[in-house]
Design a protein around this ligand. Structure first.
Ligand code: ADP
Length: 483
């Protein structure tokens, strides 16, 4: 009897080989919609991580030594293969992460776009010839690949967050060890397999799966061969990694948490604002770092906005991501549901009103009902913490100055959104928001061509765009003398 081949691999990937843990240990990857075990994946530790770093070091001279054009051809092939396999890869994302299949397909297209973009950017890494300051000297600037790099990625975009880092790193001539989130390693393994098919040489891209992120993270930050770490995840873990990386003065890119304000001024197009609110709040069930976290709505329009949003939110179809028409999948795990429950309970206890939802969904498990809360205030936990769930919390304000004060009253500074039709206000507010990314009458702004990143405790560095490749390059000043 022939058995159906599994639609995905479930081994770690080091030096071009699919491998198990030295001690054979594995951990289970589950479907957050059902709790079913999808696969057992190798639980690697520091020793295997060291081997992955050594493989990346061995692969470096060959990869860095290629012409940018040659690397670009391979990355372009990787882009093409990801798109050719889009449906299967989307199914893997939905299975291990839970997001609706349409969003998963979108994530694969978005991931592929980074390889395409950086294939181009890699060919345009220009140095400088600086006008001479002394007759017998010449000043040259080279830009060179940093070397071996590491990436630690989160579960909310299991493919795209790897592509955003690996696309830039590989285009620049760096090699990489990726440690995916333990909740979603299957997409990372699939990415490695496709990279290999695209012609990425052995050791250039390695995937270390583990259920013990602290020990693998410690190796990635303490091993002197690793010159740079790029992390996307919580501010809390980002701070741990920054402390660890300090020991080796390892370069760091950090994409950390957010607490995005979504400001609706009385002069806004209210229907457009509701449409934008739905898109940013409920995408991925509210589990993105750029999801609107605090809705700040001017008093005169607050009730109308709340009513429209609640009405629209109550019609969002909740269910397994593979089911037709579903737009709200499960939260990633029980702990995430408990956190949302805690935030909503605190807000209600302090006087917030529930316009729709307000608790777990009838489907049970990790499903939480799309929720809109009204009259939330800055002293509530929900105002200060990242919700990471399908809960919109509406706070009212009187005037522009108060809106800005409330919006900026956070340690985070990733994304902010506001809706207004007054062009002077658009400039004023965009300039004064202390965030790395600002959407004006727009709530979906991620693009491989735009710089993604935050200020304050939301991180450092930018990914994507012409700036993204810079963080994988070193500047070398070469002085020619006695000419
Ligand atoms: P989230 O709250 O979104 O789960 P985390 O910051 O906990 O975000 O996780 C993001 C990534 O960081 C995951 O790959 C996770 O395994 C990893 N991680 C968690 N703790 C550590 C740690 N101490 N050292 C290194 N990586 C870690």
């Amino acid at each position: 009897m022939t058995r159906e081949p599994r639609p995905f691999r479930h081994q770690a990937f080091i030096d071009g080989a699919f491998v198990a843990a030295d001690n054979g240990a594995t951990f289970a990857v589950r479907d957050p919609a059902t709790g079913a075990v999808l696969a057992e994946v190798p639980d690697l530790g520091a020793a295997e991580t060291r081997r992955a770093i050594e493989a990346a070091e061995r692969a470096l001279p060959g990869w860095r030594g290629k012409l940018a054009k040659e690397r670009a051809q391979i990355l372009r092939r990787l882009h093409d293969l990801l798109l050719a396999d889009q449906e299967r890869l989307a199914q893997i994302i939905t299975a291990e992460q839970g997001k609706p299949i349409a969003e998963a397909r979108g994530e694969i297209a978005y991931a592929a776009a980074y390889f395409d973009w950086f294939a181009e950017e890699g060919r345009r890494v220009y140095g400088d010839v600086i006008p001479q300051q002394a007759r017998e000297k010449r000043i040259l600037v080279f830009k060179q690949a940093i070397g071996v790099t590491a990436a630690i990625t989160p579960w909310n975009f299991p493919s795209a967050m790897i592509a955003r880092k690996a696309g830039a790193a590989l285009a620049a001539g760096c090699t990489m060890v990726v440690k995916p989130a333990e909740l979603t390693p299957l997409s990372a393994i699939a990415m490695a397999e496709i990279a290999q098919r695209a012609g990425v040489p052995d050791g250039v891209l390695n995937v270390v799966t583990t259920n013990d992120p602290a020990s693998v993270g410690a190796e990635l930050t303490s091993n002197p061969t690793v010159r740079k770490i790029s992390f996307t995840g919580s501010t809390e873990v980002g701070k741990i990694l920054l402390r660890q990386a300090a020991e080796n003065v390892q370069k760091c890119s950090m994409e950390l948490g957010g607490n995005a304000p979504f400001i609706v001024f009385a002069d806004a197009d209210l229907d457009l604002a509701v449409k934008g609110a739905l898109a940013t709040k409920y995408r991925n069930s509210g589990q993105t770092c750029v999801c609107a976290n605090r809705f700040l709505v001017q008093k005169d329009v607050a009730e109308a906005f709340g009513a429209k949003l609640a009405e629209a939110a109550s019609r969002l179809k909740v269910g397994r991501g593979v089911e037709p028409g579903v737009v709200i999948g499960p939260l990633i795990e029980e702990a995430a549901v408990e956190k949302v429950e805690r935030l909503v309970a605190d807000a209600r206890a302090r006087g917030a009103k529930v316009l729709t939802g307000g608790g777990r969904h009838a489907l049970g498990g990790n499903f939480y009902a799309p929720t809109v809360l009204f009259d939330t205030r800055p002293d509530m936990q929900i105002f200060a913490e990242e919700i990471f769930g399908p809960v919109a919390a509406i706070t009212t304000f009187e005037d522009e100055a108060e809106a800005l004060r409330l919006a900026n009253s956070t340690h985070y500074g990733l994304a902010a959104y506001f809706y207004s039709r007054d062009i002077a206000r658009v400039f004023r507010v965009a300039e004064q928001l202390e965030f790395g990314m600002v959407g004006v009458n727009e709530s979906l702004m991620s693009s491989e061509a735009a710089p993604f990143g935050g200020v304050k405790q939301s991180g450092m560095g930018r990914e994507g765009s012409k700036y993204g490749i810079e963080s994988y390059l070193e500047i070398k000043y070469v002085c020619l003398g006695n000419m």
